[in-house]
Design a protein around this ligand. Structure first.
Ligand code: Z5A
Ligand code: MG
Length: 211
């Protein structure tokens, strides 16, 4: 560790936008080219007790009220918050494949919950230094692999989610919108450019908290 904290980088966007693909490539680039420690986390983390329940909820085999599902998604993040702070303090970058923004966007768009109520459940979590918003027209997303298998993978829900991201969550200071319609290599170049620009700017500053 070189004495500076790690940064928190979130990939967000609708389904099939390429978040997991891009997050993995960014991880490899930070480790191998920048030669800095980094880890990649995916939310929901389907391996914990809350995550196993959420997995059955998303596959449609368990029914939950919107409020219960929302609180479980938030708990799925809170249960890792100590580990997250430790990693960042130790100098490791943490890349997040979805985060609290998906939490509020899907609960509002798919379950009709009140946005302010939803935001409260994630209040106080570390706020990403950079949000890479991979923006894709849901019509195009629905043509990519396996669309439609899970609970929220419906065109009308995805359209509402996209609108919520753009209208309510897009905060210009730390959000960068990248068109996910481009070939993967082009998307990755823009992600790397945004990360390169962000690193020297934020590392001497303390991380903020959500929201
Ligand atoms: N959810 C929630 O409700 N509340 C919460 O708090 C959280 C999540 C955290 C599962 O999420 C659901 O949980 C999700 C939101 C909700 N519901 N929906 N809908 P998930 O992250 O576990 O879902 P996923 O299935 O892993 O990921 P994804 O979002 O659908 O896909 P992605 O990661 O964005 O894309 P990908 O896996 O990298 O690529 C998808 C396909 O597209 C694949 O065939 C690629 O080869 C192809 N691809 C990727 N990039 C491109 C480009 N640039 N061009 C062409 N094709 C591409
Ligand atoms: Mg994914």
């Amino acid at each position: 560790m070189n004495g500076t904290r790690g940064t928190l980088i979130a990939f967000e966007g609708g389904d099939r936008a390429g978040k997991s693909t891009q997050a993995k490539q960014a991880l490899q680039w930070i480790r191998e080219t920048l030669r800095e420690p980094a880890v990649l986390w995916h939310f929901p983390n389907r391996h914990s007790a809350t995550g196993r329940l959420l997995d059955t909820y998303l596959s449609g085999s368990t029914e939950l009220t919107g409020q219960v599902a929302h609180l479980l998604f938030a708990a799925n993040r809170w249960e890792r918050v100590e580990e997250l702070w430790q990693l960042l303090d130790s100098g490791s970058h943490v890349i997040l494949d979805r985060y609290a923004y998906s939490g509020v966007a899907f609960s509002v768009a798919a379950r009709g919950l009140d946005p302010e109520w939803c935001l409260a459940a994630d209040r106080g979590l570390p706020s990403p230094d950079l949000v890479l918003f991979l923006d894709l027209d849901p019509q195009l997303a629905s043509k990519r692999g396996n669309f439609g298998e899970e609970r929220y993978e419906q065109l009308v829900i995805q359209q509402r989610v996209r609108q919520f991201f753009l209208d309510r969550l897009f905060q210009s200071e730390n959000w960068v919108r990248i068109s996910a319609e481009q070939p993967p290599d082009q998307v990755q170049l823009q992600c790397r450019r945004a990360i390169t620009e962000m690193l020297p700017r934020v590392r001497s500053l303390p991380l903020k908290l959500l929201w």
